[in-house]
Design a protein around this ligand. Sequence first.
Ligand SMILES: O=C[C@H](O)COP(=O)(O)O
Length: 251
Amino acid sequence: MRKNIVAGNWKMNNNAEQTQQLINDLKTAVSGLETETRIIIAPTFVNLALAQNNAAGSSIEVAAQNMHQAKNGAYTGEISADMLTSIGLQTVILGHSERRTYFGENDATLTEKVTAALENELEVIFCFGELLEDRKSDNHFNVVESQLKNVLFNLPASSWEKIVLAYEPVWAIGTGETASPEQAQEMHAFIRSLITDQYGAEVASNVSILYGGSVKPNNAEEIFSKEDVDGGLIGGASLKAQDFTAIIKAI
Ligand SMILES: O=C[C@H](O)COP(=O)(O)O
């Protein structure tokens, strides 16, 4: 049975002190919550170990925002899957649109990254989604289908236990504009149907599909109420303990 997940992608925000403070605030806020929802935060690389230590003993899981596909070697500035698991991390976000846009990540790179993550037994939160021009030209289903098929559909069915999907229409990220709950549901149902066609109903029904793109306390409940929306990948609103907690409570 798939789980609801609320994951906060902190992006390039919060120094060490702010990381510690936000985790402390979050721990207090979620300590009394009776929820089955998985709560994940993804601080910047340099603060992952600190976050891991601070979150220990709470229900907050820590994830990385990215990793390199190589095992190790001369890749200045990069971080390997083994380095992440060595500090106790179990989850990595891959394929975020900011990585695709600003750092040139594409289907080929992401195939390598997903493979390396899974080989190291990391869970992958795989992000994908169409640009505004794709939606305007009614090409959004094709774009999403190819992003998924090119990177994930060669995996064996067993690997899907370690895959979480995050549909993030690029036009809704950080813009204050969200997909309507109906648009999100329409796309999430389409994604689940693609997985059903490729892997069968059991795999499809067990995959958590998160929505990301300007999810806030005031719109989370309506988006999360949709049948195929299993939570969210939250950017801006994950930087305030109160807002992030309100979003967790909205499931
Ligand atoms: O990873 C999170 C997404 O990019 C959403 O960011 P946002 O909530 O600031 O729009």
